[in-house]
Design a protein around this ligand. Structure first.
Ligand code: UDP
Ligand code: MG
Length: 317
């Protein structure tokens, strides 16, 4: 009764590539990746997720699939964003180890060997941490640093700094990941939350090979809010303390005014200070409502329970 063997995945390594309008990168990406994989001499599959590209990406992918049947394609019904595209890809893998990688060659395929070596040493998750961020502006690096600081201070999970989705996961980690049902998929946080035996390798991240990053500051800001609201309720709880503090201060002020009126009589002027207090408190109340709204909105998406993504077609599976 070799029950276990019958269910053993025959593919050793699954590469997952989310792609959104990556026409200009595809050929070079595949040639570098295939060179690396062939040199490693392992059985592999490359699961490409076409995340609703509006350019030639799908046609090119089908072309590549003709030459290399190990290239499989998950075509989503529209653009769902990188985090969800990644989840879709991961759910369609069958290898004993899974490595998500960007199509723009910012994550160097040449590092795959190093990731595999650590995995074979017995680690369940090996993440690639960037030493320096080449081709990124000072502001981008500064905001990234600030983000890690804030989320570190606010949540219980420990997110490794300067680490993206480029990492190796053992099948056991992938199975654990698929048990997390949330729709707001802040992958960095989810990966850390999982635990398991993790280790890092270090690399210098290259600038994007061609095309433009889909991240602008507005998207990054929303991404940061997703991360914080997914892993911390502090912004919700904070306001009761602000409220307690302000009420206490206002009672002191009321006592002061009471005494002053008794001693010095009623004094009418005070328009400026009234305006400041009203505007300040009005502002705080709106912020509080906004914070509640951020969480409520996310609860709303969770409660609706829609599927994370929809697949239009699968190719090569
Ligand atoms: N991507 C995606 N869906 C999107 C945006 C991006 O699948 O809506 C893919 C993109 O094709 C690339 C990877 O996610 O393979 C990283 O995207 P990008 O280079 O824009 O992000 P950055 O490297 O700046 O974080
Ligand atoms: Mg990129």
């Amino acid at each position: 009764m070799s029950f276990d063997n019958a269910h053993k995945p025959s593919i050793e390594l699954s590469i997952v590539v989310p792609m959104y309008n990556e026409t200009d990168n595809l050929s070079q990406f595949f040639s570098r990746l295939e060179t690396v994989l062939n040199r490693l001499k392992i059985s592999y599959e490359i699961v490409c997720v076409n995340d609703g590209s509006t350019d030639n990406t799908l046609a090119l992918l089908l072309e590549h699939n003709k030459h290399n049947p190990f290239i499989k394609i998950v075509e989503l019904s529209r653009n769902f964003g990188k985090e969800i595209a990644l989840t879709a890809g991961i759910e369609h893998t069958s290898g004993s180890a899974v490595i998500p990688i960007d199509a723009d060659l910012q994550d160097q395929p040449e590092l795959i060997g190093e990731l595999l070596a650590k995995w074979r040493e017995g680690y369940d998750m090996v993440y690639a941490t960037r030493r320096i961020r080449r081709g990124e502006t000072f502001i981008k690096r500064f905001t990234a640093k600030l983000f890690y600081r804030v989320i570190d201070a606010m949540s219980e999970i420990d997110i490794p700094k300067n680490t993206g989705d480029f990492r190796l996961m053992d099948r056991s980690v992938v199975n654990a990941l698929s048990q997390l049902p949330e729709r707001t998929r802040f992958m960095k946080g989810l990966f850390s939350w999982l635990g398991f035996k993790q280790t890092a390798i270090y690399y210098d991240r290259d600038p994007r090979q061609a095309g433009e990053s889909k991240w602008n500051y507005w998207r990054l800001w929303n991404f940061a809010i997703d991360g914080i609201t997914s892993f911390s309720a502090l912004p919700l709880k904070l306001w009761s303390y602000v409220g307690i503090f302000l009420s206490f201060m206002s009672m002191l002020y009321a006592a002061f005014l009471f005494v002053r009126t008794l001693v010095m009589g009623i004094e009418l002027p005070g328009y400026a200070s009234m305006m400041v207090v009203i505007l300040f408190l009005g502002g705080i109340q709106l912020i509080t409502l906004g914070v509640i709204g951020e969480y409520l909105g996310r609860i709303y998406t969770e409660v609706k329970g829609r599927p994370l993504y929809l697949v239009r077609r699968l190719y090569g599976f």
